[in-house]
Design a protein. Structure first.
Lengths: 304, 93
């Protein structure tokens, strides 16, 4: 299975231009409705896209039959597309309101130390939108560790948001996979955001997720252990039917420690497991906002 | 002088190879099997991005090398030879 996420295709430059025009002309609601039509194409004709979404849908909805599973895939595609539209709207000035939950967990820690921390994000809900607003609230520069081709729409939003001059993207394609930049950013007091639900190499831990053994990357936890900083999961979900209101939930602070005779994957497994439990809880609350397009239950690791 | 430098370098190469095996938990490699000029990342020893973090921490703790400085000089991580030379030029332990 290719490691290039499907959202990269939906966020291509032509699509971005069209939706920028639609947002300017119609506001936020009509473009979100357009997404239903566009995603119908993908669910009917893009077998690879549907195939990528099915492992999650099968496990989240184990009793669903074939047609209902396709309907759920469609809903997930639409939700993903609308998240990108909302992100673009936010950049353009149609500001989205954020309701924070447990924000003090991150804020209090950052106020107590000069160093930074690691926020782990997921392909869930409207994480891009929250990120572009969050650094003002946290009072620290924010850096993102990302694959450059991972999501053009995200990169466009991050680069062109006029209020977020301190946002930085650390590319995984840079030498050493961006890890040294992550290290220096945290030591300089930045908050570094790392995706925790999509593995790009064999640095994964086996944990239980939606009832079965799954593999999630332990990179963020490993880095936190080396930097003596915490990891905090962040989830951003759309509240109800409103398109301009998001709930930003911080999980518990996790302080990974590397010690003992076991290998890194085993040592990191309990921490990765904590994250997986939080992701599962969120997937149960907001099942169509979980954009897990990688088969984490049958992950074929490639050493890079 | 040249012989003395060469001896110092060889000692550093051996020491560094042993530390790489120890710090990176390279269970299936002995220090003697690591070529001084072999690539550390990708081909050669096959280290990955997280190993680079381990190396930086190791250099900091074992040789007093500033992580901020070495993080900007990624060419230093090419081989044992380049890493050893950097240590010899910059150690503060």
């Amino acid at each position: 299975m290719t490691n290039v996420p499907l959202s990269a295709r939906r966020g291509n430059k032509f699509g971005i231009s069209f939706f920028h025009w639609a947002l300017k002309t119609f506001g936020i609601n009509r473009p979100c409705e357009f997404v239903w039509a566009i995603c119908l194409y993908y669910v009917l004709f893009d077998r690879e896209a549907v195939k990528a979404a099915m492992p999650y849908v099968r496990r989240r909805f184990p009793e669903a039959g074939r047609f209902r599973r396709m309907w759920y895939v469609y809903r997930i595609f639409v939700s993903n597309g609308q998240a990108m539209v909302i992100c673009a709207a936010n950049v353009k000035g149609n500001l989205v309101s954020l309701e924070f939950e447990h924000f003090e967990r991150a804020k209090n820690y950052l106020e107590s130390v000069p160093e930074g921390m690691i926020i782990i994000t997921s392909h869930f809900g409207n994480w891009q939108t929250a990120m572009t607003n969050l650094q003002n609230d946290l009072g620290r520069p924010i850096s993102f560790l990302m694959q450059p081709e991972q999501n053009e729409a995200v990169l466009e939003a991050l680069r062109h948001n006029p209020t977020q001059g301190r946002l930085q993207v650390i590319s995984t394609d840079s030498e050493m996979g961006g890890m040294l930049e992550v290290m220096e950013a945290v030591r300089a007091g930045h908050v570094v955001c790392i995706m925790a639900d999509r593995a790009m190499n064999d640095r994964t831990s086996e944990v239980r997720f939606l009832g079965e053994k799954a593999h999630f990357p332990y990179t963020a936890f490993f880095m936190a252990a080396k930097l003596n900083c915490p990891v905090i999961p962040l989830f951003v979900a759309r509240k109800g039917k409103r398109r301009d209101a998001l709930k930003v939930s911080f999980g518990k602070l996790i302080f990974p420690v590397l010690s003992g005779e076991k290998n890194a994957a085993e040592i990191m497994s309990p921490y990765v497991g904590e994250y997986a439990r939080e992701l599962e809880n969120k997937a149960k609350l907001y099942p169509f906002q979980c954009f897990l397009f990688q088969d984490v239950w049958d992950f074929k690791a490639e050493k890079t | 002088m040249s012989n003395a430098n060469s001896a110092v370098n060889e000692k550093m190469f051996s020491e560094l190879k042993a530390k790489l095996v120890e710090w990176l938990s390279l269970d299936d490699v002995t220090p003697e099997e690591i070529g001084t000029d072999d690539a550390l990342f990708g081909q050669g020893l096959g280290l990955d991005s997280l190993d680079s973090v381990e190396i930086v921490v190791m250099l900091q703790r074992e040789y007093g090398i500033s992580s901020k400085e070495i993080s900007r000089k990624k060419e230093v991580f090419s081989s044992v030879r380049t890493l050893a030379q950097y240590i010899l030029d910059n150690r503060t332990d």
